[in-house]
Design a protein around this ligand. Structure first.
Ligand code: NAD
Length: 355
């Protein structure tokens, strides 16, 4: 089983190192190779996604990714910025289906900014389309406005677009995910204003006919943003486009108290996947040895389950994470009085011990 390790920038190297410790402790035949990505790759190879890194990722069964980005790269041209590496990998590997679970562990209920009764037992899965929408749509750019409110002034524009097959395949992914859970699916769009959203809704309704066992409902994205903080437990599986999914999945992440706990998976139609924590490179705490490695460790568990066909090993990791939380070990981001504060490496060691 070939795994490409792309630690990236900031806390990326620290948290991926802990996930590797855990993977090694499983004693599986894993071939792990590391490559540069993001700002680190730009510094060494003048590009955030060098050809050798892309090749390693393409030849692997799965990619375990840390995080990329640092404010010091903000002045680079957009195509050279660290974040472009993620977009490039998604595009090159065809990773159109993004799974973002938001689970509130009972030990961490107090870390949420919402009332405990609203989040205790929360378990939402957001299925986000990842290779279309306004992030990839063309044309885009800057120009002098020919019309609009201020003709003759500088303007910028992006293009929101979705094709029927793009919506169909993510809808199938979401219905199948819902079938494995409580068989409830909410499709989120903005069909009262956007043509792309109207097509989205029409196609999702058509695909639903093939999944009569799944209860489908629709919600406008503005309402979904409100309902996520008002009554998050009413959701089970949410399916939505790239832009809305980006925002709603971060909102859902914060319901659980710490973004440092949340894994994610991005898959293509061959189950090849990129697995990464939901958070960024956290430059503010990089190099201090205090980042929470659990989101990355849990991403490794998703990798074993979805891309490497090792569900038992995935279960073992998730149980081990649950155990260290029960033991009261906490990194700073999830620390509360009465628990034991530990650093990144200690947390990784504790998960290995619990395995
Ligand atoms: P961020 O997720 O890096 O950090 C937000 C806050 O959460 C910070 O206070 C940080 O210290 C904290 N945090 C994040 N992960 C943590 C962890 N594992 N343990 C403890 N605390 C943690 O978001 P940001 O500050 O907006 O962005 C920083 C950089 O990361 C930017 O360059 C951004 O573009 C990039 N970014 C990358 C990804 C990615 O690689 N997929 C995703 C989001 C942001």
């Amino acid at each position: 089983m070939k795994i490409a390790l792309l630690p990236g920038d900031g806390i990326g190297t620290e948290i991926v190192a802990e996930a590797v410790k855990v993977l090694k402790a499983l004693n599986l035949p894993l071939d792990m190779q590391t490559a540069d990505v993001g700002g680190t790759a730009y510094d060494k190879h003048d590009h955030p996604l060098p050809p050798a890194t892309l090749q390693l990722a393409q030849e692997a069964d799965a990619v375990l990714f840390g995080a990329v980005g640092d404010w010091k790269y903000d002045k680079l041209e957009r195509h050279l910025r660290p974040e472009q590496a993620i977009l490039g990998l998604r595009k090159a590997l065809g990773l159109y289906a993004n799974f973002r679970p938001a689970i509130c562990y009972k030990e961490l209920v107090g870390a949420s900014s919402l009332k405990p009764e609203l989040v205790a037992g929360l378990d939402i899965l957001i299925v986000r389309e990842l290779t279309g929408d306004i992030y990839f749509g063309t044309p885009r750019g800057r120009r002098t406005a020919a019309d609009g409110h201020f003709p003759g002034s500088e303007e910028a524009f992006d293009t929101m677009r979705y094709s029927r097959p793009e919506i169909e395949r993510i809808a199938h992914t979401a219905f199948q995910a819902a079938q494995k859970r409580s068989k409830r699916l909410t499709s989120v769009d903005k069909n009262n204003v956007l043509e792309t959203s109207q097509l989205w809704k029409d196609v999702v309704v058509e695909v639903a006919q093939q999944y009569p066992d799944v209860q489908l409902d629709h919600m406008l994205v503005d309402n979904a943003a409100m309902q996520l903080v008002k009554a998050p437990k009413n959701f089970d599986v949410i399916v939505t486009g790239n832009l809305f999914g980006d925002i709603l999945s971060d909102e859902a992440a914060m319901l659980t108290g710490s973004i440092g706990m949340l894994p994610s998976a991005s898959l293509n139609d061959k189950n090849q996947g990129l697995y990464e924590p939901s958070h960024g490179s956290a430059p503010d705490i990089a190099g201090k040895g205090i980042a929470n490695p659990l989101a990355t460790i849990l991403s490794a568990a998703m990798m074993l389950r979805f891309s490497l066909g090792q569900p038992e090993a995935a279960d073992r990791i998730e149980t081990a994470v649950q155990k260290v939380l029960e033991q009261g070990l906490r990194t700073g981001d999830i620390y509360s009085e009465g628990t034991q504060k530990v650093g990144t490496a200690q947390m990784g060691d504790a998960v290995v011990a619990a395995l």
